[in-house]
Design a protein. Structure first.
Length: 357
């Protein structure tokens, strides 16, 4: 039976018994409390002292002031539109509340290839005309081994974040594998520093970072401010409290958040209504708890509404307008979650004031 508990934001969530969660929960008690609020504390300290000390700051261009309330900052994932012309995709960004775009190459989209065909000047014009940032470039095709190749291109557009995946697991000790992986990234991190970039590594299934424990170890070993996690809840056990604890444990090492749940999966063809269950508000994951954790760590990075269609490289709906409407459906859901979070804070404040009067 689930056990009801209240987290530090006053959100009531349901934690599954340890027997059901297996090995995934044991790190939370040891790591969450000492990391809770660390980002918030550092952010306010930096604001007060006039310095920028937050790790991962370079990944989050045009950040709001640390004293501002928590707010989701949306970025548009280009694969949601398949191989739709780039200009048409960029036209949709403001319609879904996004101020930036995340560009993907084949096989998930072809917008990185379109950028090369259009040329740097034309791409810059397209972004400028719409008031958009190139917020991220996702290059799973390059992996960490070849990611340096993309850095000069990202810098041309003042892009601050490159996202890729980790190598596949070899089956050895998880902690040792993660430590070795992080140590191997020194050339990439030196290049990232030279190009004013942050590298976000996704917790993809089957890779070195495919478990909550591995993510925690990564957070411990990844001491460079140029390195962090691009968190995809899809690839974690679908437990609200567990994913929230992962976010708490990461703290400032969280540099990108995909609003993406597992639903019915994305590895085989299925009816559209089932495939769409990967999207927030379509599936069963309660994002209120996740947003509560993002608020606790004072997350200021991009939030990307995301799913994978089958086959890859196709848009999630038949028309551009339908894709945009679907993204807005999920955005509205996330905003309702954020409103519930805010309302609970207000009730807490009222109760606290009543107790002290």
């Amino acid at each position: 039976m689930s056990q009801r508990r209240r987290n530090v934001s006053g959100i009531e969530i349901y934690a599954q018994p340890a027997a059901l969660i297996g090995p995934y929960m044991h790190f939370a008690a040891a790591n969450s409390l000492n990391l809770l609020g660390r980002r918030a504390f550092c952010g306010r300290l930096a604001a007060g002292a006039g310095i920028a000390s937050l790790a991962g700051l370079s990944a989050q261009a045009a950040l709001p002031e640390a004293s501002e309330p928590f707010k989701l900052r949306f970025i548009l994932a280009s694969p949601m539109y398949g191989t739709t012309p780039l200009a048409e995709v960029l036209d949709e960004a403001k319609k879904v509340g996004a101020t930036a775009v995340d560009i993907w190459p084949l096989r998930h989209a072809n917008h990185r290839e379109q950028m090369t065909e259009l040329g740097d000047d034309r791409v810059s014009e397209l972004l400028s005309e719409r008031g958009l940032q190139l917020g991220a470039i996702t290059r799973y095709d390059l992996g960490t081994a070849r990611l340096i190749e993309e850095m000069p291109y990202a810098k041309r557009f003042n892009c601050k974040l490159l996202i890729t995946g980790a190598p596949r697991r070899r089956g050895g000790d998880v902690k040792a594998e993660v430590k070795s992986f992080v140590a191997s990234l020194q050339p990439q991190l030196a290049a990232a520093e030279a190009h004013d970039l942050t590298i976000g590594i996704e917790n993809h299934s089957g890779t070195i970072l495919d478990s909550p424990d591995a993510i925690r170890y990564f957070g411990e070993f990844a001491d460079s401010p140029r390195l962090g996690i691009a968190l995809a809840p899809y690839h974690l056990p679908q437990d609200n409290a567990l994913i929230a604890d992962v976010i708490d444990a990461l703290g400032e090492k969280l540099v990108f958040f995909q609003a993406w749940e597992h639903g019915r999966g994305c590895d085989k063809p299925m009816p559209k209504e089932e495939e769409l269950q990967q999207l927030p508000g379509r599936g069963t994951l309660d994002f209120t708890a996740l947003l509560g954790a993002l608020e606790r760590v004072d997350y200021r990075g991009w939030t990307e509404i995301f799913m994978h269609p089958t086959p890859r490289g196709t848009a999630i709906h038949a028309t551009t307008a339908e894709v945009t409407a679907e993204i807005n459906r999920s955005r509205d859901y996330l905003q309702r979650c954020a409103s519930r979070l805010s309302n609970r804070h207000s009730r807490q404040t009222i109760r606290s004031e009543a107790v002290t009067t």
